[in-house]
Design a binder for this molecule. Structure first.
Ligand SMILES: [Zn+2]
Ligand SMILES: [Zn+2]
Length: 345
């Protein structure tokens, strides 16, 4: 037995020695293998599944956390790839998740707080650089058109350099900018996308003083996915989400933030305490969401835009205490989580 152990140990040492020697003496061969592996991995990136609506919570954080990517949700529906909100870090995370950015069809913005649209110029540019060879429609409330207009001069030099370097055949600058689909909602809700059986309705939410501010309802073949956007508890969200298969709702742990305000005040950090105090009045605590979601018969509830992020056991417990009364399935989403709504159920 002892000699067998010795043999195994010698074999392990020999393997490590040969591997290290190979890396030291043949780095070109190793790098070629790694490049091949990376390209094949990217070629096998997520394909569209027509039997389901696939939803990824790309970013679930808020401006209060740097540990998570800010707001961003990917929705694959039929043969379309949509992203709802593009806060800081969304583009990098999409690439890390190996989602096909060059296939992106449309972006939907809920409101113009930076944690929901600061990556907008980058996602327009990056999807084009990665090979998007079709229009990229951008939907959003009033203010969008100006932002996309200013993006033209913002990206002018970058786009020129790409075309000069690679040629207009490879870098077709016809697709280098997003197309504005700015909308105004007159009676609380408006159908803004109705194509090939997929219907998307924008609806007003209450994120005062941020106006306009909207949520989105996505319907396809009797299935419904709803995103609340940023809002305080709002009946219209749950009216739109009635019987929804999936509701992705923002949330805030006011009980914890109240204590944070006190601590900041005791340290005479008045600017910070003022801001943390202010943000409590335009988001929704988990227990209020659960109450309304139960009444609206929501099947699966996903909490994102978590203020603060449940990244330690104490904060996680505080959330769990408030969500345990939900009748369906409930999740505290993490960056990169996947949720599936089956079409034929
Ligand atoms: Zn906001
Ligand atoms: Zn926000």
């Amino acid at each position: 037995m002892e000699s067998l152990a010795k043999y195994k140990f010698s074999f392990l040492i020999l393997t490590i020695y040969i591997s290290l020697s190979f890396i030291i003496f043949f780095p070109e061969k190793i790098s070629k293998y790694l490049t091949n592996f990376t390209i094949e991995k990217n070629q096998n990136s997520l394909s569209f599944n027509h039997d389901e609506i696939t939803v990824f919570t790309i970013g679930t954080g808020s401006p209060l956390n740097t540990s998570r990517v800010q707001s961003g949700t990917a929705v694959f529906i039929k043969d379309k790839f949509f992203i709802f909100d593009v806060g800081d870090g969304v583009v990098s995370k999409v690439e890390e998740m190996n989602l096909p950015l060059y296939e992106l069809d449309a972006i939907f913005i809920t409101h113009f707080h930076s944690d929901h649209y600061i990556d907008l110029p980058y996602i327009i540019n990056r999807s084009w650089v990665l090979g998007r060879n079709k229009d990229l429609n951008v939907f959003g409330p009033k203010g969008l058109e100006n932002i996309l207009e200013s993006n033209i001069s913002f990206l002018e030099l970058e786009n020129k350099h790409r075309v000069d370097h690679h040629g207009a055949n490879i870098m077709n600058d016809k697709y280098a900018f997003g197309i504005s689909n700015e909308f105004i909602i007159e009676k609380n809700q408006k159908i803004i996308y109705d194509f090939d059986g997929v219907k998307i309705t924008a609806f007003n939410v209450d994120h005062y003083p941020v106006e306009p501010s909207v949520g989105y309802s996505i319907e396809y073949k009797n299935k419904k996915v709803v995103l609340s956007g940023d809002t305080k508890a709002n009946d219209l969200v749950f009216e739109m989400a009635k019987n929804a298969d999936l509701l992705i709702h923002e949330t805030i742990l006011n009980s914890l933030l109240k204590n944070t305000v006190k601590v900041l005040e005791s340290k005479e950090m008045y600017r910070n305490s003022h801001i943390v105090d202010d943000i409590q009045n335009y988001h929704t605590p988990p227990n209020e969401i659960v109450k309304l979601a139960n009444k609206a018969n929501i099947k699966t509830l996903v909490l994102h835009h978590l203020i603060p992020a449940p990244d330690n056991i104490i904060i996680k417990k505080l959330y769990e205490k408030q969500i345990k009364g939900f009748n369906g399935k409930v999740y505290l989403a993490k960056d990169g989580d996947k949720f599936i709504v089956k079409i034929n159920e």
